[in-house]
Design a binder for this molecule. Structure first.
Ligand code: DQA
Length: 145
């Protein structure tokens, strides 16, 4: 059995379902977790699904994924636009990284157009709500088959 795919979510994503639902949808983070687990199961894979509002905690989990995961899906939320520390951790992880966003940041405010995380990611899935996570898990599974 291969190592799990880590699925990490950044700040404010614990509020999914109530936070700006016109942008992020009505699905909760538990709905996202369940959808990712289902998709991973159909692919014969497992996931570790976690969310934190804290940059350092996310970095600790990325470092853990370095040896504990076969691939990493990350929705860095706003830290994607700001955090070189997150980028450095991802570069050091040495496993495939798939960046994921519920909305399409490229179609929003200009400060969302750049993400540091993209520099360490093999690819990016954005704009499909909950399905962005499912597609990202599928991509991560393919990258680490
Ligand atoms: C987000 C997009 C980011 O710009 C924003 O800061 C988020 C969520 C998304 O999933 O669409 O918190 O990553």
């Amino acid at each position: 059995m291969s190592k799990p795919i880590y699925v990490l979510s950044g700040p404010n994503l614990n509020l999914l379902g109530v936070r700006e639902p016109h942008i992020y949808g009505k699905d909760t983070l538990d709905d996202v977790r369940a959808a990712c687990e289902r998709r991973a199961q159909t692919l014969g894979r497992s996931i570790v699904f976690r969310q934190s509002n804290h940059e350092g905690v996310l970095i600790d989990w990325i470092q853990e994924a370095r040896t504990g995961a076969s691939a990493l899906v990350i929705n860095p939320a706003a830290y994607g636009h700001t955090s070189i520390a997150l980028l450095d951790a991802l570069k050091a992880a040495d496993i495939p990284v798939v960046e994921c966003h519920l909305s399409n940041p490229a179609a929003r405010e200009t400060f969302r157009h750049h993400t540091y995380v993209s520099l360490a990611a093999t690819g990016l899935v954005s704009g499909f709500g909950l399905a962005s996570y499912e597609l990202a898990v599928e991509a991560a599974a393919r990258l680490s088959a």
